[in-house]
Design a protein around this ligand. Sequence first.
Ligand SMILES: Cc1cc2nc3c(=O)[nH]c(=O)nc-3n(C[C@H](O)[C@H](O)[C@H](O)COP(=O)(O)O)c2cc1C
Length: 195
Amino acid sequence: MKLLFIDGCVSQRGPASRTRALAEAFLSAFQESHPGAEVETVTLEALDFKPFLPAALNRRDELASAGAFGAPVFGLARQFQAADKIAAAPFWDMSFPAVMRIYIEHISANGLCYHYEAGGCHGDCRADRLAYLTTSGDFERPESLGVLYWKQLSKMFGVPRFDYVFAGGLDVDPAKAPELLEAACEQARALGRSF
Ligand SMILES: Cc1cc2nc3c(=O)[nH]c(=O)nc-3n(C[C@H](O)[C@H](O)[C@H](O)COP(=O)(O)O)c2cc1C
C-alpha cells in the first residue's frame, strides 16, 4: 500500500504548527499499524510551480490531446492519481493556503485524473480513500470550505471514501487550544489506524 501525504502545513509556527501536529498524529498511527506501507510526501511549500494562465493551459491541453501524460507538467497529477492520500492544511481565509489551490490546478488533469462522459464527470484515480486534516482559529462550521472542497474533489476524482478531522476553535481561547488539539489528534490517530 502506498500513501501520499499532501503537506500543505504552511505555518508561521514552523515545526510547532498545529496542523503539522495533527498530520503527524495521523501518520505515526498509520505507520505503526501499516508497517509495510510506503508514505510519499509532497511538500507544497517547496514546489516551484505557478497558477495556470491561458498559454500554459493551452500547452497542457495539446499534450493531453496527444496522450502525452508522461510530460513533466503532469508529474503531480500522475503522483496523485496513483495512491491513497491524506491532505493537511490550516484553514486560511475560509479555505486553505493559496499554494494548495495551485496544487489542485496541477492535479486536475482532464484525461488522467478524471474525464467526461455523457453522464458528466467520471473520476479516474486509483485510490480508495482520501482524508483531509485541518486546524482552524474559529470553531468548525457546516459550510467550512476547506473540508467541502476536498470532499468534492474526492468525488470528482472517483475516490469513494472521504474522511476529515477538523481541529477547530484553536484561536478562541489560547488556554483551551492544547486540549482541543489533543482531542483532534486522537481522532486523527484513530483514522490513521483504520485507514
Ligand atoms: C493567513 C491566515 C488566515 C487565517 N484564516 C482563518 C480563517 O479564515 N478562519 C479561521 O477560523 N481561522 C483562520 N486562521 C487561523 C488558523 O486557521 C489557525 O490559527 C490554525 O490553527 C493555524 O495552523 P498552524 O498552527 O498549523 O499554523 C488564519 C490564520 C492565518 C495565518
